[in-house]
Design a protein around this ligand. Sequence first.
Ligand SMILES: [Zn+2]
Ligand SMILES: [Zn+2]
Length: 158
Amino acid sequence: MADASVGIAAAERFRAFLRERRLPVTQQRLAIADVLLGAPAHLSAEDVAAVLAKQGQNVGLATVYRTLDLLVSSGLAEERDFGEGFKRFEPKRDLPNHYHLTCTICGTVIEFFDDRIPDIIRRTAAARGFVPSRHRLLVHGTCRACRRTPSVLDRRTL
Ligand SMILES: [Zn+2]
Ligand SMILES: [Zn+2]
C-alpha cells in the first residue's frame, strides 16, 4: 500500500522546486503531480489526463506534458521509454535499480529486481576497461493474461 505521507512530502518538494524556479504553483500542476506521485505506476501523459478527467478536472495535454517534464527535472519522477512511441512516467522511489517486463499487447508493465544484473554489468564492463554510469533493461513480450487469450498475435512469437 502506498504511504500517503510519502506523497505529501513529494508534493511539498514539487512546490519548493516550482518556487525556486519562479514557476507558478498552479492547482493544475499540483493535481498532475498528485496523480503521478500517488501511485507507483507507469503512466503516459494521456493516462494522467484521463485520471484527471475522471476527477472532473480538464487539463490540457500540453500542460500535462510540461508538468511531467518538470517532475522529471525536479528529480521526483523518472521517464521511461518502452518503445511504444510515447513516454511513460513513474515516481522516483528509494529502490535499487529496477527492471521492466512490458507486454506488447496490453501494455502491462511488470517490475522486477535482481542483484545479479548490475553485478554482471559491472563485471562485463570492468573486464573491458569500461566505466558504466547507468543501465536499463527492458524485456518486451506477452503477459500471462494476454497469453490466455489466443489471438493472431501469438503467431508472431517464436
Ligand atoms: Zn498483456
Ligand atoms: Zn518501473
